[in-house]
Design a protein around this ligand. Structure first.
Ligand code: 13P
Ligand code: 13P
Ligand code: MG
Ligand code: MG
Length: 379
């Protein structure tokens, strides 16, 4: 099949049960209903509705390309319908990520996050879908740098001739809405020089230099900048194709065995350590976290998702592999709690909290205003 297919993940937090914990199951069912309708209308070829923490993730396949009005419109409708239910139940932050009442054709700038890639389906197309809650897009920069730039992480960069050709990395300046594409391995150190500033730069896309097409894409919409005020963290997704000239599935998951400190967590204003877990275990139950990272695997097969569900089962019904569920991840979960607890020991002091201009909540301007007359110049 040489026709191009598109995999889109559009995600939003439109309300949750008891704080920022988990969408109500009826909200997920409503999204399934809306997407099943979209499938019937021929807008999409397949879908899978899942979540991480309080964020609903809509996985869709279709043939309309990236940024298509009908696809974004379908996702928007699903989130609007789910919001109605959340409001009816008076759930917390109902409609949190829907920043406008009037949908204008694309979810970008309207609140939800999106990661989409268009490609010609290979003979076998194994994909991983990373989904994070209580953190920001640049949280993926470290693991993706390890995966695509570091041969001590991805042995494939050394032993797979096509992976060895390297990768192009599109980096977004999320504050000034600028982008630049750089090439690895030649520019690896300069790429890292930018990405090390996680407050401004994030990887948007990684593309094979061996002609395989897109390898990874991240939702980089900076929600709090879009909204102009705090409405929640971005809670980004990252889609990766794998194997045969691209990093293997195991190479994609490996970096998450190291404990990584990311920005977000409670009130979007803290540092916490990534906690890899199953979708089922993704309710943020310790200080609204620690920031959860889930990873599910599905094939793209003739434009549809295929997991371990029976062949030709109903569209929308899938059984992905849940990569971070197993006991081998207990080690890093335990480290995550140790590191996160150590950070909590600092209370409201940095580095438990983010740098002042990254805090989603701050009372500092008010406090300074109250003190204007009391501050005295030092001699
Ligand atoms: P198999 O030999 O089990 O197919 O695995 C190959 C591979 O790429 C593992 O990363
Ligand atoms: P979310 O971004 O997941 O909605 O969390 C917001 C928050 O304030 C958590 O403490
Ligand atoms: Mg929330
Ligand atoms: Mg969330």
């Amino acid at each position: 099949m040489s026709e191009k297919i598109t995999v889109s993940v559009i995600k939003a937090d439109v309300g949750s049960v008891v704080g920022h914990s988990k969408p109500h199951p009826s909200m997920m069912d409503k999204c399934r209903e809306v997407l099943a309708d979209g499938l019937k209308q021929g807008t999409i070829d397949d879908f899978y509705v899942t979540r991480v923490g309080d964020d609903i993730n809509l996985l869709m396949t279709h043939r309309k390309g990236e940024n298509h009005k009908e696809i974004h419109g379908l996702a928007w409708n699903a989130f609007m319908e789910a919001t109605k239910l959340a409001k009816k139940m008076k759930l917390y932050a109902a409609g949190q990520d829907l920043l406008t009442d009037a949908f204008s054709g694309n979810v970008k700038g309207a609140g939800p996050g999106s990661a989409e890639m268009e490609f010609v389906e290979r003979g076998s197309e194994p994909m991983l879908f990373f989904m994070a809650d209580k953190t920001e897009p640049s949280a993926y920069s470290l693991p993706l740098s390890r995966i695509f730039l570091d041969p001590f992480t991805t042995t494939g960069l050394v032993i797979d001739a096509r992976a060895k050709k390297g990768f192009d990395v599109e980096i977004h300046d999320v504050k000034d809405s600028m982008k630049v594409t750089m090439s690895s391995p030649e520019e690896t150190l300069s790429i890292l020089s930018l990405l090390s500033d996680t407050t401004r730069y994030a990887i948007k896309r990684v593309t094979s230099r061996a002609g395989i097409g897109p390898a990874a894409v991240v939702s980089t919409d900076k929600l709090n900048l879009t909204a102009g005020k705090y409405v929640g963290k971005d809670d980004p997704v990252c889609i990766c194709r794998s194997q045969s000239g691209l990093p293997a599935v195991g190479e994609l998951t490996q970096p998450f065995m190291d404990t990584m400190i990311v920005g977000g967590w409670m009130r979007g204003s803290h540092h916490g350590a990534f906690y890899p877990c199953s979708v089922e275990a993704s309710d943020p139950t310790y200080f609204d976290g620690p920031p959860r990272i889930c990873c599910i695997g599905l094939h793209i097969s003739n434009g549809k998702f295929q997991g371990t569900e029976p062949m030709n089962s109903k569209p929308g019904v899938h059984l992905p592999i849940d990569f971070f569920e197993g006991p081998e991840w207990d080690y890093v979960r335990s480290n995550s709690i140790k590191v996160s607890k150590m950070l909590r020991g600092h209370g409201p002091f940095m580095p438990a909290t983010l740098s002042p201009d990254e805090m989603e909540y701050t009372s500092k301007p008010e406090v300074l205003k109250e003190l204007t007359k009391r501050f005295e110049r030092l001699d």
